[in-house]
Design a protein around this ligand. Structure first.
Ligand code: PGA
Length: 251
C-alpha cells in the first residue's frame, strides 16, 4: 500500500443544473455522512454549478473543481473563465487537458499555460493524458502519454508536486464501458508517473485512472500500486454509485 492519499474525482461533464447539483450533494452526503477517511473527494460540475455545489457541500470533506480554465487572467475571450473566477466560486481546483477538451482544440501548449495559471491562482490541478485506440494498437501509448505529461508539466517544478495530480484516461475507455484491465491501467499509470520525474517528485504525485470506472470495477483498479484513485465520468452522476467508488479507494 502506497503512502499516497488517493483522490476520487467525479467529472460531471456537461451534466447537472444547479438544482440537480444540490440534489446530488444531498444524496451523496447521506451515503457517506463523514466523507471517507483516507480519501480526498472532488466533484467537478460545469462552471454554472461550481458556486452552488461548493455552497451545498459547506464544511463537508469534499472539494469542488472545474473542468478547465483559460490561461489568461482576464480579457476578450468570449465564453472562457479564468482561474481566479473559478477560485472565487469556492472551487479549489480544476481538471486540465481532458481528452474531450483536447479534441475541441486544446493543445499541449495551451494545457501547459493553463496548468501554470491554475497553480499560480491557488488551484489544485488534475492534468489528464491518454491515447487513442489506434495509438494503443500501434504500440505508441507510452511515448504519447509521456509526451503529454512532459508538455503539461513544462513550466512546473518539484515544489508543486502536492498541488497537482495526473490522470491517465485512455480515450477508447472514456464513456464506452470498455475499461482498461487493471494490469493495463497499472502499466500505463506507472509510465505516466515515470514521465513526471524531472519536473515534480514522481514518487509522491498521485496518478489517477479514468475511463469507465464504475462501482463494480473500482476496487480492482484502485488496488494497483501505481493507481492512486480515479477520475470518474458517467458513474459519478449517481451519488450512491460514486460513494461506492470512493469507498473502494480507501486504504
Ligand atoms: P467515463 O469518463 O467515466 O464516463 O468513462 C471519464 C472521464 O472522461 O473523465
Amino acid at each position: 500500500m502506497s503512502e499516497r492519499t488517493p483522490i476520487v474525482a467525479g467529472n460531471w461533464k456537461m451534466n447537472t443544473t444547479q438544482a440537480e447539483g444540490r440534489a446530488w450533494v444531498e444524496a451523496f452526503v447521506k451515503e457517506l455522512p463523514e466523507g471517507q477517511p483516507g480519501v480526498e473527494i472532488a466533484v467537478c460540475p460545469p462552471f454554472t454549478g461550481l458556486a452552488t455545489v461548493a455552497e451545498a457541500l459547506g464544511d463537508y470533506p469534499a472539494v469542488v473543481m472545474s473542468q478547465t480554465i483559460h490561461d489568461e487572467p482576464k480579457g476578450a475571450h468570449t465564453g472562457e473563465v479564468s482561474a481566479a473566477m473559478v477560485r472565487a466560486t469556492g472551487a479549489r481546483g480544476t481538471i486540465l487537458g481532458h481528452s474531450e477538451r483536447r479534441a475541441a482544440g486544446e493543445t499541449d501548449e495551451m494545457v501547459a499555460n493553463r496548468v501554470r495559471a491554475a497553480l499560480d491562482a491557488g488551484l489544485f490541478v488534475i492534468l489528464c493524458c491518454g491515447e487513442s485506440l489506434e495509438q494503443r494498437e500501434a504500440g505508441e501509448t507510452e511515448a504519447w502519454v509521456s509526451k503529454q505529461v512532459r508538455a503539461g508539466l513544462r513550466a512546473i517544478s518539484h515544489e508543486w508536486t502536492d498541488r497537482l495530480a495526473l490522470a491517465y484516461e485512455p480515450i477508447w475507455a472514456i464513456g464506452t464501458g470498455k475499461t482498461a484491465t487493471p494490469e493495463m491501467a497499472q502499466e500505463t499509470c506507472a509510465q505516466v508517473r515515470a514521465a513526471a520525474a524531472g519536473f515534480i517528485d514522481a514518487s509522491r504525485v498521485r496518478v489517477l485512472y479514468g475511463g469507465s470506472v464504475n462501482a463494480e470495477n473500482a476496487a480492482d483498479l484502485m488496488a494497483q500500486p501505481d493507481i492512486d484513485g480515479g477520475l470518474v465520468g458517467g458513474a459519478s452522476l449517481d451519488p450512491a454509485g460514486f460513494a461506492t467508488i470512493v469507498r473502494a479507494a480507501a486504504p
